[in-house]
Design a protein around this ligand. Structure first.
Ligand code: B12
Ligand code: SF4
Ligand code: SF4
Length: 380
């Protein structure tokens, strides 16, 4: 059988939902877009994006023998639109992709390795597999392979799968005929651009990652900028909003892979319980989940921001407790949350804590709450 046809059949048999073939090259246009994104500093503190820009912009720099790229997609579509459910404000919102029972990197990598072994043993071709973390420009390659088009939210959209799917690649040292690219079917729609809570899109197809809640909650290592905190609501790990409003999701397919089904306890976790996680408990709860990648401190920082946005005065003692956490990242966010929920308490505490606090950023947060005017009302 023709090698390309055989690989496609095997990939589908292994459980991938779509397969496409592209030459092992990135278009000048995609390389230019990457250059513009980096030059504008829109990658924030994801220094690894700028560090490997040459490899990202040319698959052959990553592996000189690469001739073709087999792009695979796997659906993780939720059973219901995450924006349609009303989550109580004392719960955290974890994005659909991170609620899964297994880390998608492991799920896709395992399947891709099986595909690679099969391809090498049957056809003798050299192969290398990648999922997300390698310096590979996955979306332009996937668009070139016909798996879908890059929507205005910058992610791949497919007429068969909607936009809830992950990407992975198998580089091959053989020439496989490319599949035709798919035309852009966004048309006049701009649902995703309008849905973004932080106005992270600077234009259609252009994202300033520094404003994206996914970046802020997962990748950003520092304090979350003050002006974006209240816009984050209860989102504590990733964000689904731009994906959830895409009309092409009417064609989304439920994931066949059980590892990509949601873990019940991650669909509406209680902020109070998440705030109590220490390092060891964090590692236990999130073993095998992509969430473990942020580490406990960044995660609890996010939980504090959600507590501050909850309007639940009953969570003020939880925030107050975390103002003495060992991590300055957590302390700073906890001070902010306390200021939002119980301004008078925060001001009283600030008088003492400003003197005791050793970290200058946390001290600045205390100085800020010391200025807060009391607010009336509040939640439960
Ligand atoms: C860095 C990164 C992020 C960053 C930056 C996101 C971004 N848009 O670049 C952050 C942390 C914000 C992020 C968030 C998310 N990510 Co992410 N991320 C990546 C990663 C590692 C690299 C992406 C990259 O190279 N970006 C650099 C820029 C230059 O590339 P670009 O998006 O293609 O953007 C350019 C084009 O839009 C182009 N452009 C400009 N004008 C025009 C005009 C036209 C017509 C076109 C077509 C293009 C175009 O220029 C832009 C720069 O200005 C990839 C994995 C990988 N190795 O590729 C996963 C990946 C893109 N992420 C993924 C996912 C699932 C997400 C989230 C949905 C997770 C979540 N729920 O929170 C969000 C979605 C946010 C969003 N709207 O993009 C999936 C997407 C799968 C898919 N169907 O496309 C990937 C492919 C991982 C995977 N293997 O599955 N991510
Ligand atoms: S993931 Fe959320 S914050 Fe990021 S671009 Fe999409 S809607 Fe905006
Ligand atoms: S929401 Fe609309 S504009 Fe955005 S990617 Fe989907 S079809 Fe394109």
């Amino acid at each position: 059988m023709d090698l390309k046809l055989a690989i496609r059949e095997e990939a589908l048999r292994l459980g991938f939902d779509a397969v496409g073939f592209a030459p092992a090259e990135v278009s000048d246009e995609a390389r230019r877009h990457l250059g513009e994104f980096l030059a504008a500093g829109q990658y924030g503190d994801m220094g690894w994006m700028a560090a490997h820009a040459d490899r990202r912009g040319d698959p052959k720099t990553l592996w000189p023998d690469a001739r073709s790229v087999v792009v695979v997609a796997m659906s993780y579509a939720p059973a219901e639109n995450p924006l349609a459910r009303s989550l109580p404000a004392d719960r955290g919102a974890i994005s659909v992709y991170a609620q899964t029972t297994r880390d998608y990197h492991d799920v896709l990598k395992n399947r891709l390795k099986q595909l690679a072994r099969w391809t090498h043993e049957r056809h003798g071709t050299g192969v290398k597999v990648f999922v997300d973390t390698a310096p590979v420009l996955e979306k332009p390659l996937a668009a070139r392979s016909g798996v879908g088009w890059q929507g205005k939210h910058t992610n791949l959209v497919s007429r068969d799968l909607g936009n809830w799917f992950f990407l992975g690649e198998m580089f091959v040292d053989a020439d496989l005929a490319p599949d035709p690219a798919v035309a852009d079917h966004c048309g006049s729609c701009r649902n995703c651009l309008d849905a973004c809570p932080t106005a992270a899109f600077t234009a259609p197809y252009k994202l300033d990652a520094r404003r994206c809640i996914s970046y802020l909650t997962i990748e950003h290592k520092g304090h979350i900028p003050a002006e974006l905190r209240s816009l984050m609501g209860g989102r504590i790990y990733g964000c689904d909003d731009c994906l959830a409003v895409c009309p092409w999701n009417k064609f989304a397919q439920a994931p066949a892979e059980p590892g990509l089904w949601p873990r019940a306890e991650l669909t509406a976790p209680k902020l109070r319980e998440l705030a109590a996680l220490d390092d060891a408990a964090f590692r236990t709860v999130f073993a095998g989940s992509p969430i473990k990648r942020t580490g406990r401190d960044r995660f609890v920082r996010n939980v504090c921001i959600a507590i501050g946005n909850s309007g639940y005065r009953s969570l003020a003692p939880v925030a107050a407790g975390l103002t003495t956490d060992a991590s300055p990242l957590v302390r700073a966010a906890a001070v902010w949350a306390l200021g939002r929920l119980a301004a008078a308490d925060a001001r009283r505490l600030a008088a003492v804590r400003i003197l005791l606090e050793t970290d200058s950023d946390v001290r600045s947060e205390w100085l800020e709450v010391a200025k807060i005017e009391p607010v009336s009302g509040g939640g439960a």
